[in-house]
Design a protein around this ligand. Structure first.
Ligand code: DGT
Ligand code: CA
Ligand code: CA
Ligand code: ZN
Length: 625
């Protein structure tokens, strides 16, 4: 069986983890440290490669592997061994020393190998449930070096992890859903195919994925669906429905309906449940009955609507409501047919394709994977952006090899040279061989994007000099203002000291917002969905200060962050706090994440003018403080 890149990077990460577990009783610590980082770097590199490592190896042998950055002799020969034998001896030996379920601990954010080592040396902890039990019984706290607070934190992480196992991140399942959608669309007997449920509402996490198909031949659709190679188990199968479980653990519902019920079924299965219940109640008040088959007059039992979703809403006396807004948070009351307020809102609602530039992009000068030129090239060619800001980390973030003052200035100078060459048409990117394979990312073909593409002139593309400046514990920055003021735009973010109390964290962020050089606060709450709650922040207070100081808050589109979350976006929009939507790209693939940020913003009812990077670059720069 062919090895996927993910399987290869996974085993490299496990080796690194085990090496770190090993570190305690080894006096050659630096050497080990170096080694384990090399494995992480290689794994990161592999995760971002747009081609199959195994194919590369089969075509070009070990020399092919050696051409990948960060993969040297030792690691390439281990990859070779893995491809050839399905095993890595070195890993097997390491593993035999520690009889623990590595997968359990590897995916658990916040408990590093060092802590784990202390625990497993003293307690019979072998997997996550052992650890959970030990934490609950206060046994961890009995070990020196583990405070009560740390024990509580570990328990909290495990709880979040357990919830996370049940709900999937939107971005994690997005490619699979699009692939299945395509597959169903290609079936002759299918005339309409839509992924519905929380997926259509662009919710940040998805419980299960629901597909709706219109067909006169439900049998053929259902049989093909349950026989897809991605299906692990058929949980149930009927005349118009199927329920299956995919290999990746995701459950999926399929419903097949005739054309005349499409709109009603689409409405019903898009949800949310709360929105649906409120609609039914509204129907009842009008002597109507609403279900997944249509809208009926109770007295005459006649069908009034059902084929089109828009018609269905209209028949209920409402305007059509975008799926992202269907959470019964006031949208039904506002969408009364003919409401001027609603029409105005819809005209100005942020659309997929409205984002003109990306203001958080990393290059390989710090922890990004590609050069500034490459990041710019793919932004303009594959993702139709008009500008990007290069926001490499700054010096106090050593783990990302953050830039110091001089390096920031040098980088800004280089960016100026790139901009000149873009303008005069001599911009040239020597694309890394490994990136030739296309297409990149999950390109969407929304109409708005097509429109924008034809209106663009590549020579107008602009790279902005910027930085993701690290906010220190006291709210000061690690780069002085006289340097920051030489950059086009400045973002600041918290990356360390997450556990200070809410008052301290809030005043830390407020101080950063009050800094005249800071334009944007990046990922303001620092959460990682299902993994880390982030630092506590008094959001209303931060918003007040943001508004007062003309500081922008970021919606970080990386699907494991989506920070600000939807409710906070809504608060920002209500209070006229300015926002931007960034991808936090560390690789050109990641520009595709903007889609998730836009979805989240629409869930927060954001208008185009709430999001500053819907503006052309010149107007954006004029709006900064
Ligand atoms: P999920 O899967 O937890 O991320 O969330 P949804 O919204 O996809 O929920 P799911 O898959 O259970 O059901 C899909 C849609 O079907 C849901 O959004 C609304 C509709 N639905 C399901 N159960 C009920 C129900 O008991 N009452 C009503 N009115 N609608 C329901
Ligand atoms: Ca669902
Ligand atoms: Ca479902
Ligand atoms: Zn960051």
């Amino acid at each position: 069986m062919k090895l996927t890149n993910a399987e290869i990077s996974d085993i490299l990460r496990k080796i690194s983890f085990l090496l770190e577990l090993e570190m305690d009783n080894d006096d050659n610590k630096t050497n080990l440290n170096f080694k384990n980082r090399a494995y992480i770097r290689a794994a990161d590199q592999i995760d971002n490669l747009p081609l199959s490592i195994e194919s590369l190896y089969r075509e070009r042998g070990i020399n092919g592997l050696l051409q990948i950055p960060s993969i040297g002799k030792a690691i390439s020969s281990k990859i070779e061994e893995y491809i050839k034998t399905g095993k890595i001896e070195y890993y097997e030996i390491l593993k035999s020393k520690y009889p623990i379920k590595i997968d359990d601990f590897l995916s658990l954010e916040g408990i590093g190998p060092k802590t784990l080592r202390v625990i497993i040396d003293r307690l019979p902890v072998r997997n996550l449930s052992d650890l959970e039990r030990a934490a609950k019984e206060g046994k961890l706290n009995e070990i020196t070096g583990i405070s009560k607070k740390k024990e509580e934190k570990i328990l909290k992480r495990i709880e979040l992890h357990n919830i996370g196992k049940k709900r999937h991140l939107l971005g994690d399942i997005y490619p699979l859903v699009k692939q299945i959608e395509e597959y169903l669309k290609n079936m002759e007997s299918a005339s309409m195919v839509t992924a519905v449920g929380s997926f259509r509402r662009m919710k940040e996490t998805i419980g299960d994925i629901d597909f709706l198909v219109v067909s006169d031949n439900p049998d053929s659709i259902i049989n093909s669906f349950v026989n897809m190679p991605e299906v692990k188990e058929i949980l149930s199968k009927g005349g118009t429905k199927a329920f299956i479980n995919f290999n990746n653990g995701l459950d999926s519902d399929l419903l097949v309906v005739p054309k005349e019920s499409y709109g009603a079924a689409l409405q019903y299965f898009t949800g949310s449940k709360e929105h649906g219940i409120a609609l039914r109640r509204l129907a009842q008040s009008k002597e109507l009955r609403l279900n997944e088959w249509g809208l009926f007059d109770i007295k005459s039992d006649q069908k009034i609507s059902g084929e089109s979703e828009e018609h269905l809403y209209n028949a209920l006396g409402l305007e059509w409501i975008p799926p992202e807004m269907r959470e019964n948070k006031g949208e039904i009351e506002m969408a009364r047919k003919g409401s001027k307020e609603w029409q105005e809102k819809m005209k100005r609602l942020l659309k997929y394709g409205d984002i003109k530039g990306d203001l958080q992009v990393h290059s390989n000068n710090t922890d990004g994977k590609m050069s500034i030129e490459e990041m710019a090239y793919f932004a303009m060619t594959n993702f139709d952006l008009d500008y990007i800001a290069i926001t490499d980390h700054t010096k106090s973030l050593r783990i990302a090899r953050g830039l110091d003052e001089q390096q920031l200035l040098d980088q800004a100078h280089k960016i100026q040279e790139f901009n000149d060459s873009i303008k005069n048409g001599t911009f040239f990117v020597d694309l890394n061989e490994s990136n030739e394979e296309k297409p990149l990312g999950r390109k969407t073909s929304r109409n708005d994007k097509e429109r924008r593409r034809s209106e663009r002139n590549l020579r107008d593309f602009r790279i902005l000099s910027s930085a993701e400046v690290n906010i220190l514990s006291d709210g000061s920055l690690d780069i002085p203002n006289n340097i920051l003021d030489k950059l086009d735009i400045v973002g600041a973010a918290i990356h360390t000291n997450f556990s200070q109390p809410i008052e301290v964290q809030t005043s830390r962020l407020i101080k950063a917002a009050q800094n005249p050089s800071v334009d944007i606060i990046f990922h303001p709450t620092g959460r990682i969905i299902n993994k880390r709650e982030g630092h506590p922040v008094d959001i209303p207070k931060l918003m007040t200060i943001a508004k007062e100081t003309n500081t922008i808050l970021e919606i970080d589109s990386h699907y494991n962050r989506l920070d600000l979350r939807d409710e906070y976006i809504r608060t920002a929009v209500q209070n006229d706090v300015k926002l931007v939507i960034d991808s936090d790209a560390h690789h050109p693939f990641h520009y595709a994440f903007l889609e998730f940020g836009i979805g989240q913003a629409r869930r927060g009812w954001a208008k185009r003018d709430d999001i500053l990077n819907t503006l052309p670059v010149k107007e954006l720069l004029e709006k900064l403080k």
